[in-house]
Design a protein around this ligand. Structure first.
Ligand SMILES: Cc1cc2nc3c(=O)[nH]c(=O)nc-3n(C[C@H](O)[C@H](O)[C@H](O)COP(=O)(O)OP(=O)(O)OC[C@H]3O[C@@H](n4cnc5c(N)ncnc54)[C@H](O)[C@@H]3O)c2cc1C
Ligand SMILES: *[C@@H]1O[C@H](CO)[C@@H](O)[C@H](O)[C@H]1NC(C)=O
Ligand SMILES: *[C@@H]1O[C@H](CO)[C@@H](O)[C@H](O)[C@H]1NC(C)=O
Ligand SMILES: *[C@@H]1O[C@H](CO)[C@@H](O)[C@H](O)[C@H]1NC(C)=O
Ligand SMILES: *[C@@H]1O[C@H](CO)[C@@H](O)[C@H](O)[C@H]1NC(C)=O
Ligand SMILES: *[C@@H]1O[C@H](CO)[C@@H](O)[C@H](O)[C@H]1NC(C)=O
Length: 508
C-alpha cells in the first residue's frame, strides 16, 4: 500500500503541481486530494484494496464498478460533507458523489482516479411525531426506508427496487407506486438540506431558498450541491397489490393499445392505479415476451376482484403467466429488485400517449431490427434488450404542479404522455461500444418517427436517460435559463460545473 501510494504521489506531483503551488492554505498544500482529505477527516478515506474501499466500490452496473477512484471518502455528518466539499473545491480536485450507485454509466457516481464521496454512512431515518414527514439521509436505499415505515403503516413516494438510492431517484424525478396520487418523488420533498460548493450548509423549501428548492426537483442535483437530508412527505399506507401478466411478444400491439387507453382514460379515474408494459427479449428462447405489471395502492376487497381500470387486460388471449400478489411495499421492492453484476445502458423517449397504432408498429420494427443486428454481432455474449412503456397520465402531471411546480417543465396541457425507455444489459466489455451506438441510434430514429407522427415531446426523463441525451434542455428554454441562473447564484465560481464529474450538467 504505502509503496504503491508513494509512486502515485510522484505522478501526482507532476500533474497537479500547478494547482498545489497556487494554494496558500497550508491545509491544502498537499500533493493530492486524498491526503488533503485525510488530514482534515482523520480516517474515513479509503484506498484501493482496503476493506472499506471494496465496500464502497459496490455498484449496480459493471461499468461503474470498473471505474476506480483514487480514494473513497465516506463522511459521517453534514459537517464532514461540508469540510470535504470545501477542501475539494478550494483545491480544484475532481470528484463525484455516490448515493445508491444505480446509475449505469461509468462516471455516473464513480470517477477514474479522482475522489468519490460515498454517502453510505449518512443513514439516518427519522419519522416526525405527527407522522407527516420522514427525514431521510442520502446514504439510504429504499429498502432502508420501507423497512422502517411498513411496520408503522406509513409510506413515502419512493423507488420500486430495494437497492436504488433515495438520493439519485429523488433528485432525478422518481416514479413510484404512489405517483398517481401524489406525483413523482421530487414533488413530495418538503425540504432539502444542501451543502453548497463553498461548504455552506443551506435549506431549500417553499419558504427558504425557494429557487434552489425548485431546481433540486429534477434539475440535476450535481449542478447545485450535495443534498444531505430529504424531508419527505409521509402518508398512511397499507399493503399494495399487483397483477402480473405475460404474453408472447406478438401480443405487443394489443397490450400497448390497452396501456394507452389505461394511461389516457383509466389512471385519472383511479389514482391508486399504475402500471407498465415491457417487451423483453430472452436469449434462452430467442424470442420476446410482453410483460405487464398492473399495480394498485389499495388491495381489492375480495381476492378474486380486479380493479375495474385493469379489467380490459384480462381479456388478452394466450397468457403464459397470470398471477396476483398482495404485500408490503418492502416485499414488492425486494421481489422487484434487478440483480447486480451486468453491463447496462439505457435511454428514453417521451411521447404523446395518443400515438397511432402505425407508430407503434414502426418503432417495434426499429427495436427488433436493432436487436437483430446486435445479436448477430455479440460473439457469445448474452445481450438482453427491453422496451419499457411507463405512463405519465394527467393526474401525475397535475400533481407535479404542487409547490410552484418542479424544474422538469411538464404541464397537464402537455399530456397525457408515455415514456418508452430501452434498458439493455450484456456481459462482455468488448460489446460496450456497439450497444451504446445501437441504443443511441434507436433513440434518434424513434425521435424522428415521433416527429413524423406529431407525437414528439422534447422532454426526456433524467433517471432513465442516456448520458448523451440533453435532459435539462428538454425542460424548455425558460426552465433551462432559470436552472443556469440558480446554479450561478449558489455556485458563483462554477466549481461544481468544473469539478463534479459525470451525469447531467448544465452548460455554464
Ligand atoms: C434496478 C433499477 C430500478 C430503478 N427503479 C426506478 C423506479 O422505480 N423509479 C424511478 O424513477 N427510477 C428508477 N430507477 C432509476 C434511478 O432513479 C436512477 O438510476 C437513480 O439515479 C439512482 O439513484 P442512486 O442514488 O442509486 O444512484 P447514484 O448512481 O448513486 O447517483 C445518481 C446521481 O446522483 C448524484 N447524487 C447522489 N447522491 C447525491 C446527493 N445526495 N446530492 C446530490 N447528488 C447526488 C450522483 O453523483 C449521480 O450523479 C431504477 C434504476 C435501477 C438501476
Ligand atoms: C490490488 O490488488 C490487486 C490484486 O490483488 C493488484 O493487482 C493491484 O495492483 C492492487 N492495487 C493496488 C492499488 O494496491
Ligand atoms: C439498508 O438495508 C440493507 C439491506 O437490508 C442493509 O444491508 C443495510 O445495512 C441497511 N442500511 C442501513 C443504514 O440500515
Ligand atoms: C409485435 O407485434 C407484431 C404484430 O403481432 C409482430 O409482428 C412483432 O414481431 C412484435 N414485436 C416483438 C418485439 O415481438
Ligand atoms: C378504456 O378505459 C376506460 C376507462 O377505464 C374503460 O371504460 C374502457 O372500457 C377502456 N377501453 C378499452 C378498449 O379498453
Ligand atoms: C388471469 O386469471 C384470472 C383468474 O383466473 C382470470 O379471471 C383472468 O382472465 C386471467 N387473465 C388473463 C389475461 O388470462
Amino acid at each position: 500500500m504505502v509503496v504503491i501510494f508513494g509512486t502515485l504521489r510522484i505522478v501526482l506531483l507532476c500533474s497537479l503541481s500547478g494547482i498545489t503551488l497556487a494554494t496558500k492554505n497550508p491545509l491544502l498544500a498537499r500533493d493530492d486530494a486524498c491526503t488533503a482529505l485525510e488530514a482534515v477527516l482523520l480516517g474515513d478515506v479509503a484506498y484501493p484494496n482496503t476493506t472499506s474501499y471494496l465496500q464502497s466500490a459496490n455498484y449496480w452496473s459493471i461499468q461503474q464498478l470498473e471505474t476506480r477512484p483514487r480514494c473513497f471518502v465516506a463522511p459521517k455528518s453534514t459537517k464532514e460533507v461540508s469540510t470535504i466539499l470545501r477542501v475539494l473545491t478550494q483545491g480544484n480536485w475532481p470528484f463525484t458523489v455516490k448515493g445508491g450507485g444505480h446509475v449505469p454509466f461509468s462516471g455516473g457516481s464513480s470517477i477514474e482516479n479522482g475522489v468519490t464521496i460515498d454517502l453510505v454512512h449518512l443513514n439516518d431515518i427519522e419519522v416526525s411525531h405527527d407522522r407527516q414527514t420522514v427525514s431521510v439521509s442520502p446514504g439510504n436505499r429504499w429498502i432502508n426506508v420501507t423497512d422502517i415505515l411498513d411496520p408503522i403503516g406509513l409510506a413515502v413516494v419512493g423507488g420500486r427496487d430495494m437497492d436504488v438510492g433515495v438520493s439519485g431517484l429523488t433528485l432525478g424525478g422518481g416514479i413510484s407506486f404512489f405517483s398517481g396520487q401524489y406525483g413523482w418523488a421530487c414533488d413530495n420533498v418538503r425540504r432539502y438540506e444542501v451543502v453548497l460548493a463553498s461548504g455552506r450548509i443551506v435549506y431549500a423549501s417553499p419558504q427558504e431558498n425557494n429557487d434552489l428548492y425548485w431546481a433540486l426537483r429534477g434539475g440535476g442535483g450535481l449542478n447545485f450541491g450535495i443534498v444531505t437530508r430529504f424531508d419527505l412527505v409521509a402518508f398512511d399506507q397499507g399493503e399494495i397489490w399487483e397483477s402480473s401478466l405475460s404474453f408472447p411478444g406478438t401480443s405487443n400491439a394489443s397490450a400497448i393499445s390497452l396501456f394507452q387507453n389505461l394511461t389516457i382514460h383509466g389512471l385519472p379515474l383511479d389514482k391508486g392505479a399504475s402500471g407498465f408494459v415491457g417487451i423483453n427479449y430472452h436469449s434462452s428462447s430467442g424470442g420476446y415476451t410482453t410483460d405487464i405489471g398492473l399495480l394498485h395502492a389499495t388491495v381489492p376487497s375480495s381476492s378474486e376482484s380486479i380493479p375495474a381500470v385493469f379489467e380490459p387486460f384480462q381479456k388478452i388471449s394466450s397468457a403464459t403467466a397470470n398471477s396476483t400478489v398482495t404485500g408490503t411495499v418492502s416485499t414488492f421492492i425486494k421481489n422487484g429488485a434487478t440483480p447486480y453484476g451486468r453491463r447496462w445502458t439505457w435511454g428514453n423517449v417521451v411521447i404523446s400517449a395518443s400515438f397511432p397504432g402505425e407508430f407503434l408498429t414502426e418503432i417495434m420494427i426499429l427495436f427488433e431490427s436493432r436487436n437483430v443486428a446486435l445479436l448477430q454481432n455479440e460473439g457469445g455474449d448474452d445481450i438482453a434488450p427491453t422496451a419499457l412503456f411507463q405512463p405519465i397520465p394527467l393526474n401525475v402531471l397535475q400533481a407535479m404542479q404542487k409547490n410552484g411546480g418542479n424544474a422538469m417543465g411538464l404541464k397537464p396541457s402537455n399530456g397525457p404522455l408515455i415514456m418508452i425507455s430501452f434498458p439493455t444489459s450484456w456481459t462482455k466489455a468488448q460489446n460496450d461500444e456497439i450497444v451504446y451506438d445501437a441504443t443511441r441510434k434507436l433513440i434518434t430514429d424513434i425521435e424522428a418517427k415521433a416527429k413524423e407522427y406529431k407525437v414528439y415531446t422534447p422532454f426526456v426523463y433524467l433517471n432513465y436517460a442516456d448520458i448523451k441525451q440533453e435532459v435539462q434542455k428538454g425542460y424548455g428554454k425558460e426552465n433551462y435559463a432559470r436552472l443556469v441562473s440558480i446554479a450561478r447564484k449558489y455556485d458563483p465560481q462554477g466549481k461544481l460545473a468544473q469539478l463534479w464529474k459525470g451525469y447531467f450538467k448544465l452548460d455554464r
